[in-house]
Design a protein around this ligand. Structure first.
Ligand code: SF4
Ligand code: FES
Length: 248
């Protein structure tokens, strides 16, 4: 790299099978204006240290697997350029609010369980006849389309100040996903999801800081989904109190 422009990456290292101590390791990496942080990590992996572990797949902001803390902010590393930090060093750490498995790899188990808890599929009361289609108008699609753009990157969980204090908080993406199905004209499962959504560890655990929406790379607006879900939850409660014999 003699004579070549370089930039320093300060990378979080944690190898539980070795010493078990987390450290920060510095790497000097070639600087190219068109490189993103993920390119620099891949250069390290290929040329400097093959033991470095991190997740990525699509390199185009679609798979949601490359989320990390970049200088303390939750980012998709395939979407942040070295030139935005050069010539300063860039610190790369695993997403906060998740257990670290190794280096920059976090455990997704709790996040996936929360997604599953909201029943993210179409629920119907009736038996679907073979070949049945449930058509939607463009305006019915528009009701939930924004909330279906989530790529499960988990940046909103790293940005959320509630997760640290309420580890069981359902969290932004899971609530936005539940709201997406509740708004779908083909779905009849709102009352089933309400049992999960209506508690202190779900919509009412959110204090509307809004950081989840600020970091979301897909403009999903999970904070907006949570506020709308609060309104729906309140209406559901009143319906239940005023019409206790009726269907929730
Ligand atoms: S809501 Fe946005 S930030 Fe959260 S997981 Fe989905 S895409 Fe990522
Ligand atoms: S590698 Fe797929 S979103 Fe970054």
């Amino acid at each position: 790299m003699a004579g070549e422009a370089t930039i320093t990456l300060e990378v979080f290292r944690y190898r539980p099978d070795d010493d078990g101590e987390a450290t920060i390791q510095d790497y000097r990496v070639p600087y190219h204006e068109h490189w993103v942080v993920l390119d620099a990590l891949n250069w390290i992996k290929d040329h400097a240290d093959g033991t470095l572990s991190f997740r990525w797949s699509c390199r185009m902001g679609v798979c949601g697997s490359c989320g990390m803390m970049v200088n303390g902010e939750a980012k998709l590393t395939c979407a942040v350029f070295l030139k935005d930090y050069y010539p300063s060093a860039i610190r790369v750490e695993p997403l906060i609010n998740f257990p670290v498995e190794r280096d920059l790899v976090i455990s997704m188990d709790d996040f996936l369980a929360k997604l599953q808890a909201v029943k993210p599929w179409l629920i119907r009361d009736d038996e679907e006849p073979p070949g049945a289609e449930y058509l939607q108008t463009p305006s019915q699609l528009a009701q939930y389309q924004q909330f279906s753009m989530c790529i499960n990157c988990m940046l909103c969980y790293a940005a959320c100040p509630e997760i640290d204090g309420i580890p069981d908080f359902l969290g932004p993406a899971a609530i936005a996903l539940a709201h997406r199905y509740n708004l779908d004209s083909r779905d009849q499962g709102q009352s089933e999801r309400q049992e999960v959504l209506g508690g202190e560890e779900a919509v009412w655990g959110c204090t509307f800081v809004g950081e989840c929406t600020a970091v979301c790379p897909k403009n999903v607006d999970p904070a907006g989904a949570i506020q709308q879900a609060k309104v729906a939850s309140t209406k559901d409660w009143y319906r239940h109190v005023l019409l206790p014999w009726g269907k929730r």
